[in-house]
Every structure is written in C-alpha cells, then in structure tokens.
Design a protein around this ligand. Structure first.
Ligand code: ADP
Ligand code: MG
Length: 352
C-alpha cells in the first residue's frame, strides 16, 4: 500500500522531534477549553461548571486492523471515532484527543502522514482538538493509542447502570453494516491473493464497506436528546454487537431485557448482502460489532418525545432482573441472549 519507491522517507531521516512537528503541522484548535495544545510538556484545559470525561482505546496491527484492506487514512479516522463514540455514549461532548503511536521502520514518513490525514480530518469534522500524544518506535507493526476528553453537565451524564424495569430499549441508526462490510473486504482480499490483477467491484457494497472503513460516531445523539428533552436512563456504544451491549446494560443496571427481532433496524443493503453470504441478518446485528451506534434506555414517559424520530428505534424494553435477557423472534420464540459469536448463538437457537 505504501511501497511506492518514489516517496519513501525513512522515519530516522526526520528524527522523533522532526516527525512530531511534521505530522502535527496542520493541527487546528476549535475548543475554547483548550488552553495549551501540542508543544509543551503537557496540554492544559479549562472546563467551567462541567464534568470532565476521559476515555482511551488502543488499536494494534494484526489484532484490531489489517493494513491489507484498511487504508491508513481510514485507520486514523476510525481510531478517532472509536474514542469519540465512547464519549458520546456518556451523553457528553468530545473536546480533545491525544494520539500516541508506535511504528516500526517498515513505515515510511508518508505512511504516517496518511494516518494523520485521517486523524486530522476526524478532528476537523467533529471539532475536536488534537492536544498531544507520544511517538515511539516499535519492533513490529503499528500501535495507535488514542485518548479522548469530553465534557458534560453533571446531570446529563449517562452511565450503563441507570436502566429500570419497563424502560424502553432504544437504538440509533441501523446495525450489522460494518461487520458485513468487513466480510466483503475479506472476500476481496482472498480473491486478490489468488489473482493480483483482479479489480474488486465494491460499488454495490458501498454503504456497508464505508460503514466498516469510515464509521461515524454519533456526535448528534447527545445534542438530539437534549433538544428532545430526553434524559436517557442508561447508554452504551455498540462496538461489539447488540447482544453484548444489552448484556452490559442489564448487568450494570441489574435488570433483564426483552429484545424484539422484528424491531431491529437493518439497512436494505445489509439484508441483501446477508442473503448473498447466507448469513442470518439478526445474528449479524446481535454479534457483528463496530457499528458505533448508541444503545440507550429511556423512561416510557419519554416515548412520545422520540416517537417517529428517524434516528431512534425502540427495539425492546427492560424487565426485572430475574426475568433474564431474551430475544423474541418473529416466530414469537423466546431465546436467551448470550454474548457469544453468532455461530454458537445459532447452535443455541437450534437446540431450543
Ligand atoms: P515529552 O518528551 O515531554 O514526552 P515529546 O517530545 O514526546 O515530549 O512530545 C512533544 C510534544 O508533542 C508534546 O506536546 C506531545 O504531547 C506532542 N506529541 C508527541 N507525539 C505526538 C503525536 N504522535 N501526536 C500528537 N502530538 C504528539
Ligand atoms: Mg513523549
């Protein structure tokens, strides 16, 4: 991907300080709360009357991403989204990030430029300031660790633990697309291995591939909830698939839940690619992951405020803890929700 011999600058040519300066030369600051950004021993921020949110995620080459089909610019963008999504899941606004990278000398300066192009685009689109980080060498591969800072009024902060029985279970957007996008990319990679001249036609899959390669975190949802005057009782972002996030909300809130299969929002592109791959689309929504949508609970009293909003779909409700967590299928079967891969989940369904 970055084997272009004409534009290969060895990392050692710039040195650590030169590299940091080079990668961060276009950083712009948008937030009033940023007092000192990159260039000092530490960043300085000031938040008035608000709680400060802090979250970190690490992405490791070969574990979380594969550069064979993940362009570095997309990787940079996605690495930021993963973190911002966690801030929005607290019903907060993301304000700053730090970015730490470890790269082996397999990566020329141009590759890291690509990575930073994605990171800086994400910062621009989401009005988040890059205020610091760390740069080091690695003996193998690429590691990216990003931390995000955010702010929220204390009364708005939404944890995983506040759901009550009878609260409505609500999801944003649609599910399963990122996972199916990955399946399509994996398939193309195999085709390419056999025939390096093959030109993949990803056009029919553009929505799902984009959801995998360029996910967008739901910055709009905390704003929408404020505008609708809805205070969620609990919230989490969907990084690992719907079933494991429902389990997190239930465990933390000490509730059970009923999820209705027919309510799960799926894009038509996901339904058709699931047919093509002969995979059950419900299982993909439950276990696919990486959609970066938000899963929240609201009081039934707030139903009228969200009714008909295209961003928010009611998919079930919370129950007493001793009732357990269940998927109610279209055939009106009740299946326990388990946080396993969809294969093992399907086995369970078969044995019911
Ligand atoms: P220190 O030796 O104090 O850790 P560094 O030389 O690592 O300082 O970093 C100098 C400045 O550059 C600091 O403001 C730091 O936050 C920032 N910085 C270092 N690496 C990165 C990076 N990969 N991305 C953004 N900022 C960085
Ligand atoms: Mg440092």
């Amino acid at each position: 991907m970055f084997d272009n011999k004409d534009s290969k600058t060895n990392l050692s040519e710039l040195g650590e300080f030169g590299l940091i300066e080079h990668l961060t030369r276009y950083v712009e600051l948008h937030q009033n709360s940023t007092k000192t950004g990159i260039g000092d021993d530490a960043a300085v921020m000031h938040f008035e009357n608000e709680e400060v949110i802090l979250t970190t995620d690490m992405l490791v080459e070969g574990v979380h991403f594969d550069l064979a089909y993940m362009p570095l610019k997309h990787l940079g963008y996605k690495a930021v989204m993963v973190n911002l999504s966690d801030v929005y899941a607290m019903n907060a606004e993301a304000t700053q990030i730090t970015v730490s990278i470890a790269a082996s000398n397999r990566f020329p300066v141009e590759a890291l430029e690509e990575l930073y192009a994605g990171i800086l685009l994400a910062c621009k689109n989401y009005k988040v300031d890059l205020v610091g980080g760390d740069t080091t060498s690695s003996t193998s591969g690429l590691v990216i660790s990003i931390s995000a800072i955010g702010k929220a009024e204390a009364k708005k902060i939404t944890k995983r633990s506040g759901a009550k029985p009878n609260d409505l279970l609500v999801v944003t957007g649609d599910l399963g697309a990122a996972y199916m996008g990955l399946q399509v990319l994996e398939r193309e990679k195999q085709v390419f291995k056999v025939n390096p001249n093959a030109q993949p036609d990803l056009e029919p899959y553009s929505y799902i591939v984009e959801r995998q390669l360029k996910p967008e975190a739901r910055k709009d949802i905390p704003q929408l909830l404020t505008a609708l005057e809805v205070q969620p009782t609990s919230m989490i972002d969907i990084s690992d698939g719907l079933s494991s996030e429902i389990i997190h909300l239930c465990k933390n809130s000490k509730t059970g839940a009923n999820l209705f299969e027919e309510k799960i929002p799926l894009d038509p592109a996901v339904i058709s690619v699931c047919e093509e791959f002969q995979i059950d689309s419900t299982m993909i929504a439950l276990s696919g992951g990486e959609d970066y949508e938000l899963l929240l609970t609201i009081s039934q009293d707030d139903f009228d405020k969200i009714k008909g909003n295209p961003n928010l779909t009611v998919i079930g409700h919370m129950t007493e803890e001793n009732e357990g967590m269940h998927l109610i299928t279209r055939a009106n079967q009740k299946i326990p929700i388990k946080a396993r891969g969809w294969n093992s989940f399907e086995d369970e369904k078969d044995s019911e």
